[in-house]
Design a protein around this ligand. Structure first.
Ligand SMILES: *Cc1c(COP(=O)(O)O)cnc(C)c1O
Length: 217
């Protein structure tokens, strides 16, 4: 199937209120333009350098999301244009994003990454840390925490996926009940977005199902 047909199919499977982030990492500009010409405007990248290059080369009405781990010393390169940073997981990073937001005179929207997978992963906060950082961030004027992001274990075990997504969904609902500025729950990728949506995801990040398998060579 074509890129356009893949996007159309995924959109038909999720609520209209959910956002599809087309994850274009490692993919050439031609592939991104094919998606763009099919109406897609939201794209996600996980490497700062690649994101900056593509932002320069491609149409300016694209909303670029940084979905991968972000190092503090690279925030300055994306601060002028990034639409949403998905994977904030430290106070140091929050402070740097706020600083660069101030320099660029814009508020940068961010999600806190919460660790929900059972597999060992270096990145992500536990629920207590996420709540703590969320409250700390309320004092920062050039950054808004608008939700949370999570990645489930890479598994076909539907019960496990359901458990992991539900844990984050419950946390999101609980925080949102007193913090209506929380709008986004980013969970679900090619292999698990159906379950993520069932458990309340409002934003899915899909790469290979749209663009085909990635080749890292
Ligand atoms: C690569 C990536 C995705 C998309 O993965 P697919 O399995 O190709 O859909 C989603 N989220 C993050 C954080 C990623 O790095």
């Amino acid at each position: 199937m074509s890129i356009a047909a893949n996007i159309e199919k995924i959109k038909s499977e999720i609520p209209e209120t959910a956002t599809l982030v087309a994850v274009s990492k490692t993919k050439p500009n031609e592939a991104i333009l094919e998606a763009y010409n099919a109406g897609q405007r939201v794209f996600g990248e996980n490497k700062v350098q690649e994101l900056v290059q593509k932002q320069e080369d491609l149409p300016k009405d694209i909303e670029w999301h940084l979905i991968g781990h972000l190092q503090s010393n690279k925030v300055k390169y994306i601060a002028p244009f990034v639409h949403l940073i998905h994977a904030v997981d430290s106070f140091k990073l929050l402070l740097e994003i706020n600083k660069q937001g101030k320099k660029n005179n814009r508020i940068i929207n961010c999600l806190l990454q919460v660790k929900i997978a059972q597999e060992e992963s270096k990145f992500g906060l536990d629920f207590d840390e996420a709540e703590f950082l969320f409250n700390e961030a309320k004092n920062l004027g050039f950054l808004h925490i608008v939700g949370f992001m999570g990645m489930a274990t890479f598994t076909d075990d539907q019960a496990q996926l359901k458990n992991e997504f539900t844990s984050l969904s419950n946390f999101f609902k609980q925080q949102k009940s007193t913090n209506p500025q929380l709008k986004i729950l980013s969970m679900g990728m090619s292999g698990d977005y159906h379950m993520a949506i069932e458990q309340g995801s409002t934003m899915i990040r899909v790469g290979s199902t749209i663009f085909g398998e990635r080749n890292y060579n």
